[in-house]
Design a protein around this ligand. Structure first.
Ligand code: ADP
Length: 614
């Protein structure tokens, strides 16, 4: 039996790299510039340990040259010897970075600041180039080397004329990829991926010097720095001012509104994670989906809105999260199964929940002001993640129609009775004004649930509260608005018959109650659960046309109902009064449909005419 190792050859792997490894072509910039930054970080480590002299300035220069068709990335980092090129560049998938880390192991909790992991990044250059050269001079005393390859598979190594320590990568761009020779495109790509890399990065276009006009100085375009090497999230929260947080927000998210507040994530143990999450001002419920959380790994941009790391509901926020332990070429399937990723995700959730609770406990007035902006997000979070709900439940507020903000406990203290734990709510302050007023007259608080998420949120609260507390819209029943009174079943049946007949509504249900007010003859109520069901199915785009359970509740304390009890069911007047009572009750909930509206108006005019004796 023969045994052997399966070897990977460049011929097999190059097409894979070109096609699959990176979904976005422009990522080669990230890879090469981060290699350059790494080379500088490595040199800094050597200088710090006293093995090499410190440099005056550390920098990466990226330059495009339309005429030559080249893009160059130059650094004054550690450089490479011919042997190192052989080892690190020519052995694809052998990660030099990993070996370096083994040698210079960072202390516990300290990040090495070295980005590479896979030993494949450099080869992304071949996604866009027909030829790549490396000119490099090692920090060690060794001759400078030039490496040239046209396809990433065959290469030549020769001596280089380079005299300065460091590395220059030159890409001869393919015809199709010449866009990167445009300074604007180049700068935006650098800003996308490298905006916070740890070494100053400059971009510049190499142009033949324009002939200066007579008597004028020649114009020299200086390279522009494209990055901020020490991003705010790496600073200690106690050292950052509110103004700095705000400036960072405006700059990074191009949002001119002020953020409401922010959380500075700053964990070192059990894993390294830094970041800032902002709660943006939301213009309306729908703009909530415009959040953006940028994920970085050691100051290198990875991607926006990776929902495996940032729980989906938190993607309504805007922010930056830097997880140095995260591999750069993150694939979704890897992330989904990664224990580390799950820990990061629940850490972030916990921090957000704790922050909300502490805002509520220590700055209640400010928190109440934010609540209108943040409540859809908080509610969504509760529904999506029960752990989040558990941590944040004491910071949930209910806004009343009178502009107060109450916790559930505060609402309960004021409104619950021993046997009834009902929260009364309105979903439309104007349409439900009359019902709201009835509750107000009884000193009951009505809270406002008027966003899309609320129906789901209410059901969620009932469910998690094991139905001990229930939520009822103000027009769902007359609970709390009536007094006990004796009405015979016979009278009820009789009135029900009369109404059914004159309104031609066979299935109308009629109830008799003694309202606490004698001003209203009747109300129409719609049973809570059936209404919620209809609304939710409509929200999901389905219409089950399940009839809502409506009841006409008559007020025995009102003279009109007294009158109708004994009225002749066949007279025109009785029919008109009944229709009018029904329509008015209906209108207190929602507008009439057009046919009924016309009938109502003409009947109203008729009644007025009769009233005037004409
Ligand atoms: P990775 O960075 O993931 O290790 P790369 O293919 O990007 O993989 O690079 C392989 C190795 O080549 C690096 O680890 C490093 O040792 C070396 N290297 C690449 N670019 C540079 C550079 N600009 N200066 C010095 N060494 C470099």
């Amino acid at each position: 039996m023969a045994k052997g190792n399966i070897s990977i050859h460049a011929q097999n792997i190059m097409p894979v790299i070109k096609k699959w490894l990176y979904s976005d072509k422009d990522i080669f910039i990230r890879e090469l510039v981060s290699n350059a930054c790494d080379a500088i970080s490595k040199y800094k480590v050597l200088a710090m340990k006293g093995d090499a002299p410190a440099a005056e300035e550390y920098r990466v220069d990226v330059a495009c040259d339309k005429e030559a068709g080249t893009l160059t990335i130059n650094d004054n980092g550690i450089g490479m010897t011919a042997e190192e090129i052989e080892k690190y560049i020519c052995q694809v998938a052998f990660s030099g970075a990993e070996e370096f880390l083994k040698q210079y192991k960072p202390e516990e909790g300290e990040s090495s600041g070295i980005i590479g992991h896979f030993g494949l990044g450099f080869y992304s250059a071949f996604m866009v180039s027909s030829k790549v050269t490396i000119d490099t001079k090692s920090w060690q005393d060794a001759p400078a080397v030039r490496w040239v390859s046209e396809d990433g598979m065959e290469y030549e190594i020769e001596e280089s004329v380079r005299t300065e320590r460091g590395t220059t990568i030159t890409l001869y761009l393919n015809e199709d990829d010449k866009e990167f020779l445009d300074l604007y495109t180049l700068t935006s790509t650098l800003e996308k991926y490298c905006a916070f890399m740890p070494t100053p990065i400059y971009a510049q276009e190499i142009k033949p010097a324009a002939e200066p006009k007579e008597g004028e100085e020649p114009v020299i375009e200086l390279p522009q720095q494209v990055n901020d090497p020490s991003p705010l999230w790496l600073k200690r929260p106690s050292e950052v001012t509110d103004e700095e947080y705000r400036d960072f927000y405006h700059k990074v998210f191009h949002d001119y509104e002020e953020p409401l507040f922010w959380i500075h994530l700053n964990a070192e143990f059990p894993f390294n994670l830094k970041g800032i999450l902002y709660f943006p001002k939301m213009k309306n419920e729908f703009s909530a989906s415009e959040g953006q959380v940028k994920l970085f790994s050691n100051q290198v941009f990875v991607a926006d809105n990776i929902k495996e790391i940032i729980p989906e509901f938190l993607l309504l926020l805007k922010g930056v999260v830097d997880c140095p332990e995260l591999p750069l070429n993150v694939s979704r399937s890897f992330l989904q199964n990664d224990g580390y990723v799950k820990k990061v995700s629940s850490y972030i959730t916990r921090k957000v929940a704790d922050r909300l609770t502490s805002e509520m406990n220590t700055k209640r007035e400010d928190y109440q002001k934010y609540w209108d902006d943040i409540h859809p997000f908080v509610k969504y979070g509760c529904i999506r993640d029960e752990k989040f709900y558990d941590r944040v439940k004491d910071a949930l507020l209910f806004k009343t129609v009178d502009g107060e903000y109450l916790t559930l406990k505060e609402y309960g203290d004021r409104n619950f009775t021993d046997d009834k734990k009902t929260v009364f709510y309105a979903s439309d302050e104007k349409r439900q004004a009359q019902m709201i007023q009835l509750y107000r007259d009884q000193d009951k608080d009505v809270v406002l649930f008027d966003t899309l998420i609320d129906n789901n949120f209410i059901s969620f609260l009932e469910y998690t509260g094991k139905n001990e507390i229930s939520f009822r819209r103000v027009d769902a029943s007359m609970e709390g608005l009536t007094e006990s009174s004796e009405v015979s079943e016979e009278t009820r049946k009789d009135l029900e018959e009369k109404f059914r007949k004159s309104l031609r509504q066979e299935d109308l249900e009629v109830k008799l109650e003694k309202f606490k007010t004698s001003e209203l003859p009747a109300m129409v109520t719609v049973e809570e659960q059936s209404r919620r069901f209809t609304e939710m199915s409509r929200q999901w785009g389905r219409d089950f046309s399940m009839p809502e359970k409506r009841t006409l509740v008559l007020n025995t304390a009102h003279p009109l109902i007294e009158y109708l009890k004994d009225a002749d069911a066949d007279s025109d007047m009785t029919e008109m009064v009944m229709s009018q009572v029904m329509d008015l009750a209906e209108m207190a909930r929602q507008p009439l449909d057009s046919e009924r509206m016309i009938a109502f108006l003409s009947r109203s005019n008729k009644l007025l005419t009769i009233l005037c004796g004409k």
